[in-house]
Design a protein around this ligand. Structure first.
Ligand SMILES: [Zn+2]
Length: 141
């Protein structure tokens, strides 16, 4: 059954378009199709819409977690990006582009988290070296 909005060919008996989440019109008891979907009232089902926004948020947070990993923001944003991405992929079909955006969020979030952990270790070592150095300088007078 073809989607009225994006033209995607969905399996018969689908209630919603796999590609854009639009309603395909519910088959009635008498076997006839409902009126073609009314564009002006179109919106994806709430769970798909929220999964799609989670997918996008996941990718954005994942990218920020990589960019900001040196200041350890990535330690927070990386795991959030991974969680949001997983949640979105659980809801979305793999023929929906947001499915892959969510995958990007999981990957970038993971990279951001790893870089952040490495950065945390490096910063700890640097701070310890500075403290030891300062301690030595003080003791030497
Ligand atoms: Zn569609």
């Amino acid at each position: 059954m073809k989607c009225f909005r994006c033209g995607y060919e969905n399996p018969d008996n689908s209630l919603y378009c796999i590609s854009c989440g639009g309603s395909l019109g519910v088959p009635r008891a008498d076997g006839r199709q409902q009126e073609p979907y009314n564009y002006s009232y179109h919106s994806p089902p709430p769970e798909v819409a929220s999964a799609e926004s989670n997918a996008v948020a996941s990718l954005i947070m994942g990218i920020i977690s990589i960019v900001s990993s040196s200041v350890l923001v990535g330690l927070v944003l990386g795991p959030i990006a991974m969680a949001k991405g997983r949640k979105a992929r659980y809801v979305l079909d793999d023929r929906n582009n947001n499915f892959y955006i969510a995958l990007g969020g999981i990957i970038t979030g993971t990279i951001g988290l790893i870089i952040s952990i490495v950065a945390a270790i490096v910063w700890t070592v640097v701070i310890v070296i500075i403290c030891i150095g300062a301690g030595a300088a003080i003791s030497m007078g």
